[in-house]
Design a binder for this molecule. Structure first.
Ligand code: SAM
Ligand code: SF4
Length: 410
């Protein structure tokens, strides 16, 4: 880099969505810091603004489009103040305004079409291509340096074709938190729940090498990290060279210096009594299970392609509570899935009442591109979805409050 380019190295990374995205942003931050970039806390101090995005629900995507629009607009307003220059569509002219990147699930969902929807964006990078971000930034900075004419717009770059990430990206040693680290054990998902965009934007399940996972944990611990969370869309499906999830958990439990660890997310169809026994036996495992049920109706569960019934789920919960004494239990629920009539909704409501979760994340169904459910008739009114959402939310709030009070009295 030239001296001039080196000055333009302040990055603002904005993360939307789940813990997987939080970890991905950290990975990107680690790669960029290694190349001499620094992270800033506010976009108006940044030379480069990167949005790490989520496509799980429409609402999450809408927020990103509007945030990019706001930044492009504010760059336009800054023409007189800071000499930045954008055209009427919000595109920054050569060498002016921050470089804007859109990465993660939306990048994979929209690929190069992002540039039509949001001309202010300079680069688009899918979840499996994040290792390429430092070289993309070099190319963009170089292009800005060379382009002397203010009428020429920036180069647009998109990378969305890789099948899997190089292992080395997990070993930069950078963690936002000094005590806790997220550790990815598997990428992607091959379950194809009928409502879910994840298999389309993050690709099929890929398990990391168990030796590399343990190496990463040991390195993190040597830097002072004492707690970790193992991450995957369906951690229970983990298997690498005959090491399955239960065996991985036992190996992690033996890492010297590690004080506590947990894991998300468990898919009920792959969750076993052996895991509960390991949770009871391993002294370092946090006694907490996030077990998304999604619905209490067998008809809806089948349409969702979840691969279990209400009875299977309730038996699993019984076993968990018998084996993991005082274990915390949380869940995810979707209301208003196509074909969920009042009867099916009531089954979900009753299941929430019966199970008494410690906490639940309740979502209104949102049709997603490419998914099977997108082809189903989504004719429930917005008002009815709101009503069902509020009903389960209010129920869960009262359950959570009751449980918190009971715990305090113990
Ligand atoms: N892999 C995890 C699992 O199987 O539960 C979580 C994946 S997803 C990122 C997190 C939650 O978002 C899901 O458990 C589900 O409740 C919700 N979700 C996914 N797709 C949705 C959609 N199309 N509409 C509403 N909620 C959705
Ligand atoms: Fe989506 Fe189902 Fe995979 Fe979870 S298990 S990421 S809900 S397809």
């Amino acid at each position: 880099m030239s001296d001039n380019e080196k000055k333009k190295n302040k990055v603002f990374l904005r993360t939307f969505g789940c813990q997987m995205n939080v970890r991905d942003s950290e990975v990107v931050a680690g790669l960029l810091k290694r190349e001499g970039y620094s992270l800033v806390e506010a976009e108006d101090k940044a030379d480069i603004v990167i949005f790490n995005t989520c496509s799980v629900r429409q609402h999450a995507e809408d927020k990103v489009w509007s945030e990019i629009g706001r930044i492009a607009k504010s760059a336009k307003k800054n023409v007189h103040i800071k000499g930045r220059s954008t055209d009427r569509l919000g595109r920054s002219k050569a060498g002016t305004g921050p470089i804007i990147g859109l990465i993660g699930c939306m990048a994979q969902n929209y690929k190069e079409h992002v540039f039509q929807r949001s001309p202010a964006v300079d680069f688009v990078v899918g979840p499996s291509d994040i290792d390429k971000i430092p070289s993309i930034l070099e190319r963009l900075a170089g292009a800005r340096q060379k382009t002397k004419s203010p009428d020429l717009y920036e180069l647009k770059i998109w990378e969305t074709d890789a099948d899997k990430r190089p292992e080395e990206i997990y070993h930069t040693g950078f963690y936002e938190d000094k005590e806790h680290a997220y550790v990815v054990i598997s990428e992607g998902c091959s379950n194809f729940c009928s409502y879910c965009v994840v298999p389309f934007v993050r690709g099929p399940l890929h398990n990391r090498d168990n030796k590399e996972i343990l190496k990463e944990i040991e390195q993190a611990v040597s830097k002072g990290i004492s707690k970790i969370t193992l991450l995957g869309q369906n951690v229970n499906a983990y298997v690498h060279e005959n090491v399955n999830f239960v065996e991985l958990v036992s190996k992690v439990n033996k890492v010297k210096g590690l004080k506590e660890f947990s894991f998300i997310t468990s898919h009920p169809k792959d969750t076993t009594v052996e895991l509960f026994k390991a949770m009871a036996e391993c002294d370092k495992i946090k006694k907490a299970l996030h077990l998304p049920v999604q619905s209490g109706s067998d008809k809806v569960l089948k349409e969702m392609n979840r691969g279990y019934t209400k009875k299977f789920y309730l038996d699993l919960v019984d076993n968990y509570r018998k084996i993991v004494k005082n274990g915390e239990l949380t869940t995810d629920i979707i209301v208003g899935f196509p074909g969920e009539r009042e009867k099916e909704f009531q089954e979900t409501y009753e299941l929430v009442k019966q199970v008494q979760f410690d906490a639940a994340y309740i979502f209104k169904y949102s049709p997603r591109p490419n998914t099977h459910a997108q082809m189903l008739l989504d004719d429930l009114s917005k008002e009815e979805k709101e009503k069902r959402h509020k009903a389960v939310l209010d129920l869960q709030k009262s359950v959570s409050l009751k449980k918190r009070k009971a715990n305090k009295q113990l």
